[in-house]
Design a protein around this ligand. Structure first.
Ligand SMILES: Cc1cc2nc3c(=O)[nH]c(=O)nc-3n(C[C@H](O)[C@H](O)[C@H](O)COP(=O)(O)OP(=O)(O)OC[C@H]3O[C@@H](n4cnc5c(N)ncnc54)[C@H](O)[C@@H]3O)c2cc1C
Length: 401
């Protein structure tokens, strides 16, 4: 089921084309089918391993490093979509002609287009080179990292955000010597000093050496990595180095198109980038009515919500669905699961609930006026329910305690 089809009236109906078949792209395709769209559907993505969930790549896929690689259960999501799967890379877009140009030379005419190409890890040339330097974005990266860690004794993680701390936790749990380096004074800094202090303590209690306020200036080793040099001249030995330095939107293939790119493909609150063109997920910088700003959110639930919204708007117009409201993300490290709803960065953190005799707690994040802008639960996800309404309504914390 693909390519142009002739409708009963005799006009040619072009397919809906989705570029990127991961969280946002698959959600878009599923949203189209679940709304009754039975026409041509094309999914373009060069990754042969899809479908899989990226959050597993830094957690369950790296568990038990000395055992066999975990096998994912078969996933027939792609088959159920009855879509044409094109294993190629989109290389250009002709908005006026409604065509996507593929790297292999094929041109695909679309009725509507969903751009869901995600993001690409930063890999500074100065830190690249010898074998043993890794980034982590796709399943092939995760397999390579797992394989390298299986025979390694030491790992340096450069960047102590969610990804870096998760991989550090996995490697430390498997008995590797782990060093976590970050120029900021705390890990997962957007969560504020209270929570990042707890995350730092958690890692230290598992033997991770945190070198905070420090940058890596050089990766050592000619053929194989042997360590890193820091900005204070110190060297840290390593068999494996993970660069967890954040990502950039994967939108360079749109450079010659008229789409506005400014830290991601700029779209309105209904994800429209141009007539019949939508952008969704990590690649999109979407207008948020709630925050009155264009935001690029790198969260799995946002990507899925975006995909579904793009499908709804493509089929039924902007009145069909509302933009996702509150950002939500989680992270798993050792035996801790942190869930974060709303916004934390730059806000004041207060512990608002704590379960005696356990590590469970709830942290509220308030703005300068004392309104709740975000909430974090530590091993206590069910407390998100009662707090969701307070975050959504930006209730004053003083009225709640
Ligand atoms: C290791 C890891 C762990 C994570 N853990 C969490 C977590 O715990 N919680 C959370 O909320 N989020 C997590 N995230 C982030 C989350 O996975 C992303 O926000 C989500 O995958 C974004 O979905 P997406 O579909 O927009 O982009 P992606 O998942 O990046 O998919 C984009 C797809 O587009 C394809 N593509 C790129 N360029 C082209 C092109 N030119 N032509 C065709 N196809 C192209 C790629 O091959 C890819 O399959 C994690 C991410 C990673 C990498």
């Amino acid at each position: 089921m693909s390519g142009p089809t002739r409708s009963p009236g005799g006009t040619v109906a072009h397919p809906i084309v989705v570029v990127g078949a991961s969280a946002a792209g698959l959600a878009a395709a599923e949203g189209l089918r679940s709304r009754g769209y039975g026409g041509g559907l094309v999914l373009i993505d060069p990754d042969p391993d899809l479908p899989y969930e990226r959050p597993a790549l830094s957690t369950s896929l790296l568990r038990d490093l000395d055992g066999p690689q975990p096998v994912s259960p078969p996933d027939d999501r792609l088959e159920r979509l009855a879509a044409e799967r094109v294993h190629d890379r989109a290389a250009g877009l002709d908005v006026d002609g409604h065509e996507v140009l593929l790297a292999g030379g094929r041109r695909l005419r679309y009725r509507s287009l969903v751009v869901a190409t995600g993001a690409t890890p930063h890999r500074p040339a100065a830190l690249d080179g010898p074998v043993g330097v890794h980034t982590l974005r796709d399943l092939a990266d995760a397999r390579a990292l797992r394989h390298a860690l299986a025979s390694a004794t030491s790992l340096v993680v450069v960047g102590a955000g969610f990804l870096g701390t998760e991989v550090a936790a996995a490697a430390a749990s498997a008995g590797r010597t782990v060093t976590l380096v970050d120029p900021l004074p705390a890990p997962v800094a957007p969560l504020g000093s209270l929570v990042s202090g707890l995350v730092a303590d958690l890692h230290r209690s598992h033997g991770v050496d945190l070198l905070l306020g420090r940058s890596v200036t050089e990766v050592l080793g000619s053929e194989r990595v042997t360590g890193v040099r820091l900005d204070d001249g110190r060297t840290v030995p390593a068999d494996v180095v993970l660069l967890a330095l954040g990502v950039a939107p994967a939108d360079s293939w749109l450079a010659d198109s008229p789409l506005r790119r400014d830290g991601g493909v700029v779209v309105d609150e209904h994800l429209r980038a141009a007539p019949d063109v939508f952008a969704a997920g990590d690649v999109a910088r979407a207008f948020s009515p709630r925050y009155r700003a264009h935001l690029r959110v790198e969260h799995w639930t946002t990507a899925v919500g975006h995909g579904d919204l793009a499908a709804a708007v493509a089929l039924e117009g902007p009145a069909a669905a509302s933009p996702p409201e509150l950002p939500y993300v989680w992270t798993e490290q050792y035996d801790a699961r942190l869930c974060v709803l709303g916004r934390t960065l730059g806000h004041h953190a207060t512990v608002v609930d704590r379960q005696p005799g356990s590590d469970r707690l709830v942290v509220a994040y308030t703005d300068r006026e004392g309104r709740v802008e975000g909430v974090l639960t530590w091993n206590w996800a069910r407390m998100l329910g009662p707090w969701r309404a307070h975050v959504a309504a930006a209730t004053r914390l003083a009225d709640l305690l």
